[in-house]
Design a protein around this ligand. Sequence first.
Ligand code: NDP
Length: 329
Amino acid sequence: MFKAILIEKSESGQNVRLADIDESSLPEGDVTVRVAWSTLNYKDALAITGKSPVVRKFPMVPGIDFAGTVEQSSHPDYKPGDKVVLNGWGVGEVHWGGLAEKARVKGDWLVPMEPNFTMAQAMSIGTAGYTAMLCVLALERQGVRPASGEILVTGAAGGVGSVAVALLSRLGYHVAAVTGRMEEADFLKRLGAKEILPRADFSEPGKPLAKERWAGAIDVAGGQVLANVCASMKYRGVVAACGLAAGMGFPATVAPFILRGVTLAGVDSVMCPREERLEAWKRLARDLDPALLDALTERISFSDVIPVAGKLLAGQIRGRVIVPVAQDA
Ligand code: NDP
């Protein structure tokens, strides 16, 4: 038996509980992992609260991330004792996920743990941090460099945003952080932000083209915020868009794209090809100050996962949340 968060669905709605599950119920896969640490991401909170139809198969064990040790493997790349990390691939959505003491997955989905990180640090990064790195890589691919000018990060006090601020600052960029929580200004400055801007500056409908300001942007908000970010990009600026915290819509005009040559680069972490994942994790090991990870991470117990999911969606959690899953983790 192993412990897991379990989401069940009946005619009366969704029920979530901490359950004891028989190992024989584990899904198909060629690698079984003893999970040591997991995390709570925005998508996990949507799944646990049922606020969005993230879970597409019931019953489901949520958790789009885990770090752990291989217990059994018939995959050529992994053997018992190997330390591994999983992010995405539909795990926690259509395949049982990481908020459990055991997980069974396809070995092709795993990445070897970067030796620079402890398992807890790998989960402090988690999908949110790995996505922040994918956004940085997207900016770099389009030619953005520290000398290009200021970079804007929205939702800066959240998971993706806080890691993005820390990464960009360490790489030498001048970072402006947008937040709805001005009380987190000191926190954001500690991560390296040079300027803190109130979210309200970006939330209302604006002009198709605003004053040219940003050479690059990482946007977790979508909606009106993303439209205003695009409108205020410098000529040939690049926006990496990865989130929808402000909404799924995109009430923008094409003006920034056709008159300023702005690039809107979409970023998806879930089905991201393996080579790019490995590159992102290598760059995280090189470019992220591990000391800052502690500053942006809150540790919660397995039994707190369900109540904290609601707080995360309400924007009350700062940075990242990690969950020690194994008793000895
Ligand atoms: P968090 O909840 O940790 O952070 C989201 C942050 O967005 C909040 O902390 C808040 O920051 C800001 N925010 C909340 N509501 C609004 C709003 N109405 N308007 C503008 N900003 C708002 O989530 P994550 O950082 O983990 O994820 C952020 C987004 O990125 C989510 O939409 C998530 O689904 C998406 N995502 C996408 C991935 C992909 O593969 N494309 C992977 C990972 C995440 P503050 O208080 O500073 O304003």
